[in-house]
Design a protein around this ligand. Structure first.
Ligand SMILES: C[S@@+](CC[C@H](N)C(=O)[O-])C[C@H]1O[C@@H](n2cnc3c(N)ncnc32)[C@H](O)[C@@H]1O
Length: 212
């Protein structure tokens, strides 16, 4: 029998636990990440994530930012390192991912722990006891099981953005980036969606607040 198929989008992945340490230079800074089996792209940073972090907009002023579906946390870690006075929220439903993020904050941002907020749970449900609103929401969405779940989240995003907030995400062209762009243009005709970059088959999107 071959190895079990991994389901990284589950609360408690049903695969043997093995811890890895990987390193990656992102926006000219070297990060060390602890990862585990059962977590998205645990052997090497995902190419889509890499393209995304190199091009995402990072506010220089103090902001409240969210890494939605954070996995072991590469997006939020880059935000936390480069936006030195911002609060960074990390959300994931996968408990192993949550363990990794907490470890990775200790390793990569040891002096910024009070600005880092890690929440386990189902997307915005994880914030249900808080009235926090974000200046930027960032996402590399899981599209393996289809687009419906992402479109559900997409429609909820405006409720969690500040007035001038934005939503940025990355999608592989083959996984439906042109479809998502058309969907947005049809559903929110008065609002703006820009493709910031197309690189290595990935499209990085930037949407302005007000698209709800
Ligand atoms: C494509 S991965 C991206 C992970 C990480 N941001 C990165 O770039 O390496 C998507 C992540 O979304 C998480 N996820 C899937 N469904 C979720 C849900 N309903 N609520 C919260 N997180 C979810 C998965 O566990 C996974 O870590």
């Amino acid at each position: 029998m071959g190895p079990k198929k991994e389901h990284y989008s589950t609360r408690y992945p049903d695969v043997n636990l093995k811890v890895y340490t990987i390193s990656e230079s992102l926006r000219r800074h070297l990060y060390i990440f602890k990862t585990t089996t059962g977590v998205f792209s645990y052997r090497k940073i995902d190419l889509g994530t890499q393209v995304f972090v190199e091009h995402m907009e990072i506010p220089s002023e103090p902001s409240v930012l969210l890494d939605l579906g954070c996995g072991y946390g590469p997006i939020g870690m880059v935000l936390g390192y480069n936006s030195r006075e911002s609060d960074i929220y990390f959300i994931d439903k996968n408990r192993r991912a949550i363990w990794c993020v907490k470890e990775n904050i200790k390793i990569n941002l040891p002096n910024a722990r009070d600005r880092m907020h890690v929440r386990a749970g189902d997307y915005f449900e994880a914030l249900k006891d808080q009235s926090v609103r974000f200046d930027g929401i960032y996402m590399n969405p899981p599209l393996r099981e289809g687009r419906d779940e992402f479109l559900r989240v997409f429609n909820e995003v405006p409720k969690y953005l500040n007035e001038k907030g934005f939503f940025e995400f990355v999608i592989r062209k083959k996984m439906g980036a042109p479809y998502i762009q058309k969907y947005f243009q049809n559903e929110f005709p008065n609002d703006q969606i820009d493709v910031m970059v197309k690189r290595s088959g990935y499209w990085v999107f930037h949407c302005f607040h007000g698209f709800g």
